[in-house]
Design a protein around this ligand. Structure first.
Ligand code: ZN
Ligand code: ZN
Length: 550
């Protein structure tokens, strides 16, 4: 009887398990590897503008087989590199993650600080200070941190970029490693003792291979220069030459420009920097055996040369187009490598940028399109004069940076003025200054809720502890610089906020949407795909159309 009971229980259990396994549609997808790609300063329209010039295996493959979010935006101000990388990976905005610029004025330390500088860290792989870095100023967890937690650190996480911040912030707090390129006379990939005491063998081997040195070669256009119809003529008034170079025209004799333009740092500023990043990322996948087992790994690759090229030459330059045509080939090379190494359909990729960029304002001026140059020095001296006349005090402003005015709170107490009072007075004053479009007080940022437009973006960029006391923005198309060549970014206008967002590979639907998506949606989309916990401060919505989950 007893035996019979046990047997029947066993059979019942077996039937039950079989039935369950039939219905067991997993609510998650486990790619062997997630590849996060951030293309520094890439505008959405570069996908469209150069579409006919791209080959089939890079951007086009991601669009043709993957999911394209055509109306994807940054939803905060300021749109700078460190802020962008952090927002992509934390799935939130500077009000929560605390990275409010590349550099910002630290109110407690009373000095400008760099986003990833860390005096407690030491360089690994260089005798210079270039490795004294860590992500300690980033105040919420990243999707890469969440992968670490979800796999009890068994999933590997590696960051790669020629820029330190482009590697460190995406890799998160718990990464196995973040590597970046140290130029100068060394030309090596380095890290910080935040991650390790010594470079792994494969990094040492890569550094010894002189791969970087191989890019010390002439940069000419990839195709016949007469075929670059999507760009302005090579010689125009809107591009900045390298030092010792007469005009910003092809060919760029990199060996001749080498010494006066930072030696190995010059590689960062031309498309070869992206190729070198691809080489190193592939060496990392190989060296760390990424994507070789059932536990998901993550490599965060940031292509940062695109930002240097964009700054120097602008949106409509042949140089910029050529850089994207070359990056397209690098991405094709990377995808082919992943097919081979990890397996087609076994990995998931997303591609976005950290901010976009404005057309060169001098070019906009010539086309009679609104835009131009704002006078930040005049702004400062007018404000100083106003404050002196109104409060009879010369040291009320500590710092102006990233469109934020930091007041001297101690001095205000001494002379008996509230911060709110002077904030209101400053807003009232600077609204009359040339090309100032809007200004808000820190008080308003803390006490009101803005849901639309520039004010909402300022509020999402406003960090309670770190941000300034008055926030202001220039009119659309304006840069606060005296240089009439090249471009920049940082605003909340569409030209800076509209970024590509492509998903590709395992668990991804084929399709596209013009529904608005926002940068903080990315990390939560990946979290939903993997079925892991969302980053601690995340507030984005998973983009469900992109996912094959059912
Ligand atoms: Zn950037
Ligand atoms: Zn930039």
């Amino acid at each position: 009887m007893k035996k019979y009971l046990l047997l029947s229980l066993f059979i019942a259990g077996f039937i039950n398990a079989t039935a369950q396994s039939k219905e067991d549609v997993k609510p998650f997808t486990k790619p062997k590897l997630v590849v996060g790609i951030v293309v520094d300063q890439m505008r959405y329209d570069y996908l469209v503008r150069f579409w006919d010039r791209y080959q089939d295996g890079g951007f086009k493959r991601m669009v043709n087989e993957g999911f394209n979010c055509k109306n994807n935006h940054f939803n905060y101000i300021p749109t700078y590199t460190a802020v962008g990388h952090t927002s992509v990976y934390t799935g939130t905005t500077p009000n929560v993650h605390g990275v409010i610029g590349n550099n910002w004025y630290d109110k407690v330390a009373d000095r400008m600080v760099y986003c990833t500088e860390d005096n407690n860290a030491n360089s690994v792989g260089t005798t210079s200070d270039a490795g004294k870095m860590s992500p300690w100023r980033m105040e919420s967890s990243t999707i890469t941190d969440q992968l670490k937690l979800a796999t009890v650190s068994k999933g590997k996480v590696i960051g790669v970029s020629v820029k330190d911040r482009g590697s460190i912030l995406p890799a998160g707090h718990a990464a196995d490693a973040a590597y970046w390129f140290h130029g100068s006379d060394e030309g090596v990939w380095i890290t910080s003792d935040y991650y390790m005491k010594e470079l792994p063998k494969w990094v040492k081997k890569f550094n010894k291979s002189n791969q970087a040195e191989k890019y010390k070669k002439v940069w000419n256009t990839l195709y016949d220069i007469d075929t670059y119809h999507q760009s302005l003529a090579d010689k125009n008034a809107y591009e900045g030459p390298f030092k010792t170079q007469g005009a910003a025209v092809f060919p760029y004799d990199i060996p001749a420009l080498w010494e006066k333009n930072g030696a190995f740092d010059l590689i960062k500023g031309v498309p070869f920097g992206n190729s070198l990043t691809t080489d190193f990322a592939m060496a990392a996948i190989e060296g760390e055996d990424l994507g070789q087992d059932d536990i998901t790994d993550f490599i965060a690759i940031s292509f940062s040369s695109s930002d240097y090229v964009g700054h120097r030459f602008g949106v409509s330059a042949v140089e910029t187009q050529d850089m994207y045509l070359r990056l397209d080939l690098d991405i094709e090379r990377l995808l082919n490598y992943l097919d081979d190494k990890v397996g087609q359909g076994e990995y998931t990729v997303f591609l976005t940028s950290d901010h976009a960029a404005v057309e060169v304002p001098a070019y906009l001026e010539d086309l009679k399109i609104p835009g131009g140059y704002a006078d930040s020095k005049g702004f400062r001296s007018n404000l100083d004069t106003f404050l002196k006349e109104t409060y009879n005090s010369e040291d009320l402003v500590k710092n102006i940076s990233n469109g934020q005015i930091f007041l001297n709170q101690e001095r205000l107490k001494e002379i008996g003025i509230t911060s709110k009072e002077i904030e209101d007075a400053i807003v009232n004053e600077i609204k009359n200054y040339k090309h100032v479009a809007q200004a808000y007080t820190g008080y308003a940022m803390r006490n009101q809720t803005f849901t639309r437009g520039i004010a909402s973006k300022l509020q999402l960029g406003y960090n309670f502890n770190r941000s300034g006391d008055v926030l202001f923005v220039w009119e659309p198309g304006y840069l606060a610089t005296s240089s009439r060549t090249g471009t920049s970014h940082g605003t909340g206008y569409a030209y800076d906020t509209h970024a590509p967002l492509l998903f590709f590979g395992k668990g991804i639907n084929h399709g596209s949407t013009v529904k608005r998506t926002e940068i903080p949606d990315i990390a939560n989309t990946i979290a939903a795909l993997l079925g892991i916990a969302f980053p601690s401060g995340s507030n984005g919505e998973p983009i469900s159309e992109a996912l094959q989950l059912d």
